[in-house]
Ligand binder design. Structure first.
Ligand SMILES: CC(C)(COP(=O)(O)OP(=O)(O)OC[C@H]1O[C@@H](n2cnc3c(N)ncnc32)[C@H](O)[C@@H]1OP(=O)(O)O)[C@@H](O)C(=O)NCCC(=O)NCCS
Length: 304
């Protein structure tokens, strides 16, 4: 679906709106440089314009975001990246851009909304605030949230103090990583291994970045007792020096832990499984050391 197709669809479904908000003026509000760094954030002028359109008609608002997406795709250039991208990471962009373009023609209008997390992630990718590394994406220029590090009492607090004060007192700029349900092609042990190598490449190319942090239900140390096939998601970074901190229980089952697993859903309903979100903090030196030590060991299994 091209920009012209989307524009003519807007003029067919809501002809009056074109006189009130030129789609190209809307696109100017979506300029990459105007967007705040956190991937979920959207500049206020763009958010305001989108809210006004949504209040008028949800379909029209979705069409404007579809149009913005199509223009950003046409203009996308890796030269605009906010960080130095290694070749291993650059090589992942074509498939993401192809995926986002294919969605233009098939995704339901309800997908095109800033409140829909997979859309917010695609918009962040197109505005250079979300970088693909394979199984997950990283947000540049993030900081480690301090609060969850001290949420679980003394042993965690001691561990956190050790981490923050002794080893990483200079930890300021980090990468924040997250998955996107729209892009799970590499969500398997080999895909994650390759992603950690790309993460190391990215850190090596950006010396000011002190490490990487992320939070998920699949980092819960109690998860392997229920889903042993997911143990690698915590085991590998942990063996490579990453530290984990309890963040929150997910008492409403909204973290994604129950979405795909009948086993976890049944145990949750029986009050025998409560998803818990853990924060992972992985310092650059440890990621780089893991990558160096594991170069060329692809055939040896993931749990070395
Ligand atoms: C995170 C996620 C991609 C992991 O998927 P996964 O590696 O297939 O692992 P899951 O345990 O979630 O798998 C779901 C079901 O598929 C089954 N399964 C997984 N791999 C399988 C395989 N190779 N063969 C057969 N069944 C398989 C699992 O057994 C599980 O069912 P069960 O728990 O009832 O036995 C998936 O849980 C998901 O999409 N969750 C929702 C969104 C989310 O939280 N995403 C986080 C990242 S954005």
């Amino acid at each position: 679906m091209t920009c012209a197709d989307i524009r003519s669809e807007i003029s067919r479904t809501d002809p009056l709106v074109l006189g009130e908000m030129n789609p190209d003026d809307f696109v100017k509000l979506g300029d990459s440089n105007a967007q705040p760094a956190p991937y979920k954030s959207v500049s206020l002028p763009l958010l305001d314009a989108h809210r006004r359109l949504r209040a008028r008609n949800a379909l029209t608002a979705a069409q404007y975001l579809r149009y913005l997406t199509a223009i950003l795709l046409d203009r996308f250039s890796l030269d605009d990246s906010r960080v130095t991208l290694p070749d291993s990471v650059k090589g992942l962009y074509p498939r993401e851009l192809v995926r986002i373009r294919a969605q233009l023609g098939c995704c339901d209008a309800s997908f095109y909304d800033f409140d829909v997390d997979p859309f917010a992630k695609d918009f962040a990718l197109l505005t250079h605030r979300f970088i693909p590394i394979g199984a997950e994406f990283v947000e540049p220029d993030a900081t480690v949230p301090r609060r969850p590090l001290f949420a679980t009492g003394m042993s965690s607090a001691v561990s956190a103090a050790w981490l923050m004060l002794v080893r990483s007192w200079r930890l300021q700029t980090v990468l924040l990583s997250a998955c996107s349900p729209a892009a799970l092609h590499d969500f398997n042990p080999e895909g994650w291994r390759d992603s950690y190598h790309r993460l190391a490449d990215l850190l090596a190319a950006n010396p000011r970045v002190r490490g990487v942090t992320s939070a998920s239900w699949f980092l819960d140390p109690n998860l392997p007792a229920i889903s042993p096939h997911l143990a690698y998601l915590r085991d590998v970074p942990e063996q490579a020096g990453a530290k984990f901190f309890f963040s929150a229980f997910d008492s409403h089952g909204e973290s994604g832990a129950l979405a795909k697993s009948a086993t976890r859903r049944v145990l949750f309903e029986q009050a025998r499984y409560l998803p818990a979100v853990y924060l992972r903090v992985w310092l650059r030196g440890d990621v780089l050391a893991w990558s160096r030590a594991n170069q060329g060991r692809e055939g040896e299994g993931f749990f070395q």
